[in-house]
Design a protein around this ligand. Structure first.
Ligand SMILES: Nc1ncnc2c1ncn2[C@@H]1O[C@H](COP(=O)(O)OP(=O)(O)OP(=O)(O)O)[C@@H](O)[C@H]1O
Ligand SMILES: [Mg+2]
Length: 329
């Protein structure tokens, strides 16, 4: 399992190595009772793979990256919205319209034949209303949640992820010092990592009560992605695009190939410490996926052909050439 995750999530082995043992404990039947199987808080800059990790774990556990229950905490910033999670008590206005989001049935729906462990993701936890934090405290502590209609949901067979950008601004300042000695020197990666961890933990302690923090099993700060990591992520993204072409177009599929120049162009334009791999994803979309899609729409790509993306020095976009097999050889 660790292998399949490190194949997908680049440069964050530390986090994965801490998560996997909890899953293994559960499958060995040795997870403690009366609490969730594991509670993880994933911190760190945007676009470094926090949400992606949870999706990849769903893929590894259930063969389906969407097999998880996701609560977008940004949607629960106001106290009254929290009722959407647990449902309104009977007799309340709107009681019938609200099907709670966190029910036993919904937890069961994200299991599979291979595993009955449900993954629950509370994304961007810092945005949640205080009452959501209180609810969560009960879930983390006793693995139970009381719904509006007084029934309870059992979270003993769940693994819970909280993600947050807490401390992101401070981390950015740390990554881009604008004056002084630190702006001038290359600092070792480990030192930067430790500093980011500190900043994240300070922000966490400021935002959450000690009892909340104490109920989290692992707090992990994701590191900014460096050049070699982005290079590997580029490979992943191109392979994903190729898979997409194959499944969508079937008989009419074609192959995408990139020259060294094209790779360098995408990496040059898609590298951003501020937005992590999100910037790379956007760049690939704008400069590779969209232009190829318009070639296809114009009927200019023969089935089975190779679309070669290239970039000469100083060009501001990729050039695409559609070749038949013999030509490519
Ligand atoms: N470490 C990584 N390995 C592989 N792909 C990554 C990695 N980090 C980011 N990506 C790619 O970038 C996309 C965005 O990453 P993700 O959604 O995981 O960011 P995040 O850390 O959750 O950021 P945010 O704090 O903004 O939610 C992913 O869908 C994935 O394609
Ligand atoms: Mg995310």
């Amino acid at each position: 399992m660790l292998q399949s995750l490190t194949d997908k999530i680049v440069g964050q082995d530390g986090a994965l190595e801490q998560i996997v043992p909890y899953v293994e404990m559960y499958h060995a039947g040795l997870a403690p009772e009366g609490r969730p199987v594991g509670v993880f808080l994933l911190l760190g800059p945007t676009g470094t793979g926090k949400t992606r990790t949870v999706e990849a774990l769903a893929g590894a556990l259930h063969g389906n990256e969407k097999a998880l229950l996701r609560v977008d905490c940004g949607e629960f910033q106001m106290e009254h919205e929290v009722a959407k999670l647990i449902g309104a008590p009977p007799g309340y206005l709107g009681h019938r319209e609200t099907t709670p989001m966190l029910t036993q049935a919904k937890l069961n729906a994200v299991t599979s034949e291979t595993s009955n462990l449900s993954i629950v993701l509370f994304d961007e936890i810092e945005k949640a209303a205080p009452s959501l934090n209180r609810l969560l405290l009960g879930v983390l502590d006793k693995a139970t949640l009381k719904l509006g209609d007084n029934s309870t949901v059992n979270f003993e067979r769940t693994i819970i992820f909280l993600t947050s950008n807490l401390g992101a601004r401070g981390m950015n300042r740390e990554l881009h010092p604008t004056f002084g000695f630190e702006a001038l020197t290359e600092r070792p990666k480990q030192e930067v990592g430790r500093k980011l961890e500190q900043i994240a933990m300070q922000a966490v302690k400021k935002r959450f009560t000690p009892e909340f923090v104490n109920r989290i099993d692992v707090i992990n700060t994701y590191m900014p992605l460096d050049g070699p990591a982005l290079d590997r992520i580029l490979d992943h993204q191109v392979a994903d695009f190729q898979r997409h072409i194959r499944t969508r177009l079937g008989q009419d599929a074609f192959y995408v190939e990139l020259t060294k120049g094209a790779r360098e162009f995408l990496l040059r334009n898609g590298t951003s410490e501020e937005f992590g791999a999100r910037e790379l994803k956007r760049t690939i979309h704008r400069h590779l996926v969209q232009p190829i899609a318009s070639l296809v729409a114009r009927g200019e790509v023969e089935p089975g052909s190779i679309v070669l993306a290239d970039c000469r020095r100083n060009q501001t976009m990729l050039s695409l050439r559609c070749m038949l097999d013999e030509e490519a050889a």
